[in-house]
Every structure is written in structure tokens, then in C-alpha cells.
Ligand binder design. Structure first.
Ligand SMILES: [Zn+2]
Length: 133
């Protein structure tokens, strides 16, 4: 026997949070299904409902997935780093890159020194290998 009662749509995280009925016209249902309620609450806490909708409507349809992911990431970063948000992570990574580039330069200098020492020793110590990588 078929069930005559239509299956109720599960409210999205946004509608569930706002305690309203979620229908097919819900703009946020695609981005915040029920399973992503934590993500929605983080975004809601940081941006608010109206700003989230305003941001979403201000971008082209094909950019909305990336926009929502960006809002979610920003909200998570703000939770982990309340003062500077993602900027503190970017700064840490920038310092890490700078440190690694200095290490790379030292390694290049050591390689250059070793190659110089190898060239002075003469071609017979290389076992017949060429200089080309
Ligand atoms: Zn909804």
C-alpha cells in the first residue's frame, strides 16, 4: 500500500534554527542541509541571517557554493582565532613560508658548494655521470 501522506521535507539547518517551514523556495537549503547545522550556526553567529543572504545574492549563481564555503571557513577561523580570524593563520603560514625559503636558500648554497668541490676534484671521481640532472 502506498502512503498517501506526502513525505515532509526535512527543514534545512537555517530554517530549523529560525523555526520556520523550509520549502522548495528556501535559498539556504542547498548549502545548509540539516547535517550542517553547526556550520550554519557559526555563519549565523558571525554574519547574521540578513548579511548571509545579502552576500549570497550579491554573487553569481555559479559562485555561490564557493561563497558559502568561504563564509563557513571564515566563521570557523573566527571561532578558533577570535581576535584576528583567518588573518592570524595567514600570518603564521607566511612566516612558515619565509622560514622555509631561507632553509631552501641555505640548501641551494650547500649544493652549489658541493658541486664546486666536485668539479675541482675532476671528472674521474664522478663515475662517468654527466652534470645534467
Ligand atoms: Zn530552509
Amino acid at each position: 500500500m502506498a502512503n498517501a501522506v506526502p513525505v515532509a521535507q526535512k527543514p534545512c539547518a537555517a530554517c530549523k534554527h529560525q523555526r520556520r517551514k523550509c520549502d522548495q523556495n528556501c535559498v539556504l537549503a542547498k548549502y545548509f542541509p540539516t547535517e550542517r547545522s553547526d556550520d550554519f550556526e557559526n555563519v549565523y553567529h558571525l554574519f547574521g541571517m540578513q548579511n548571509t543572504l545579502k552576500i549570497l545574492k550579491s554573487v553569481e549563481e555559479e559562485e555561490r557554493d564557493a561563497t558559502i564555503e568561504s563564509l563557513i571557513m571564515e566563521a570557523k577561523m573566527r571561532l578558533e582565532h577570535p581576535v584576528h580570524g583567518h588573518f592570524s593563520v595567514a600570518r603564521e603560514l607566511s612566516i612558515e613560508i619565509e622560514k622555509t625559503e631561507k632553509e631552501l636558500e641555505i640548501v641551494r648554497q650547500k649544493i652549489h658548494i658541493c658541486k664546486g668541490a666536485d668539479n675541482r676534484a675532476g671528472p674521474s671521481t664522478r663515475g662517468g655521470q654527466s652534470d645534467q640532472p
